[in-house]
Design a protein around this ligand. Structure first.
Ligand code: SAM
Length: 331
């Protein structure tokens, strides 16, 4: 079983399969980005090896993210192959929802059940303004089709004052009238070229206070080793739920169970630490390979830091929460 020196059991691996994205969200990519050269991106076969190794080590939940994962050629086939090779794996995808539509049926038939769709607004014009692309109808349709097929759908919205804070009633209505979990994540000052402003940060506490005025909420205690960082609230009489993820204002680092792998094969053990363990040279080395990579993962995990300590120090120095952007890390 993978664990760190603090006794945290590590059961969740997030893999970014590409750093490319078809959207240009103001707060994420913003302007120009230098993409990772193709040869440096882990090949699908290398990722299969990593996933099998991680599952052997005790990882129970794998999330594929990006960039936009569906931007990568052959991604849907890769997902199907993961499900064939690892029956019963708890596999999830985080996507912006613009390109997933044509693959929904196939992937459902292959056994995929969980989709997180990032969507910060329910308004078409605002969507185009935030993302730089007029693709709201594609996302809207994908959500509807995913629900009809039986997917478990979560919507992740970055809560930003002055940008989308007026849409809380609409998002709550969506969660009330559909079996969708709407989860707000606090806006973080990340590296990369996204635009961030302290004034736009909308804390989870503020969101919760406002939401309580709009709907009767009951907090649900989630007690699972693979649970995520969200506080979850049932909306009385509703089908879906509200979730709040508070990377800035409230930490649950003491129960953090995750590792991250960037698309060029760098293992990160904490969102707030820039320390990376380069697995790609090990995987491509003729005498090393997966066995050595597994050893590195095990040792890196032992040293997984307590993110809130790093974050506090960074914030005191007025620094970004991490030097890379979300596009590279995958959220
Ligand atoms: N393209 C996929 C998607 O849109 O879900 C996966 C990658 S995207 C970088 C992952 C998540 O990171 C998205 O939900 C996005 O909103 C979030 N994100 C990006 N920049 C952020 C920031 N500065 N603060 C908080 N969340 C951020």
């Amino acid at each position: 079983m993978l664990a760190d020196r603090r006794g945290r059991r590590i059961s969740y691996l997030r893999i970014s399969v590409t750093d490319r994205c078809n959207l240009r969200c103001r707060y994420c990519t913003g302007g120009v980005k230098q993409f990772i050269p193709h040869d440096d991106i882990l090949r699908y076969e290398e990722l299969h090896g990593i996933i099998a190794t991680a599952l052997d080590l005790g990882v129970a939940k794998v999330r594929l993210t990006g960039g936009e994962p569906f931007m990568r050629l052959g991604f849907a086939d890769f997902v199907k192959e993961i499900l064939v090779r690892n029956p019963g794996v708890d596999l999830r995808i985080t996507t912006n929802g613009t390109l997933v539509g044509p693959h929904l049926e196939d992937l459902y038939q292959a056994g995929l059940r969980r989709l997180n769709i990032s969507l910060d607004t329910l308004d078409r014009e605002r969507f185009a303004d935030i993302t730089g692309r007029d693709l709201f109808p594609e996302v809207h349709q994908a959500i509807g089709r995913a629900l009809n097929l039986g997917y478990n759908v979560k919507i992740n919205a970055v809560g930003m004052k002055g940008v989308n804070d007026d849409e809380l009633p609409a998002f709550l209505d969506l969660a009330r009238s559909h079996p969708i979990d709407v989860r707000y994540i606090e806006f973080m000052p990340m590296g990369g070229c996204g635009r961030w402003g302290a004034d736009a940060v909308w804390s989870s506490e503020e969101i919760l206070a406002r939401a309580r005025n709009l709907a009767p909420l009951e907090e649900i205690q989630v007690d699972s080793p693979t649970r995520g960082p969200a506080r979850i609230f049932r909306i009385r009489g509703g089908q879906g739920r509200l979730g709040l993820i508070s990377p800035l204002s409230g930490h649950i680092c003491s129960i953090c169970n995750r590792l991250r792998l960037t698309s060029d094969g760098r293992l990160r053990t904490c969102l707030f630490s820039d320390k990376e363990y380069r697995l790609r040279p090990i995987l491509r080395h003729p005498r090393l390979g997966l066995a050595r990579a597994a050893e590195v993962v095990r040792r890196a995990t032992l040293d997984k830091p307590l993110g809130e300590e790093l974050l506090r120090a960074r914030r005191e120095r007025d620094e970004l929460v991490c030097s890379k952007g979300m596009l590279s890390i995958g959220g």
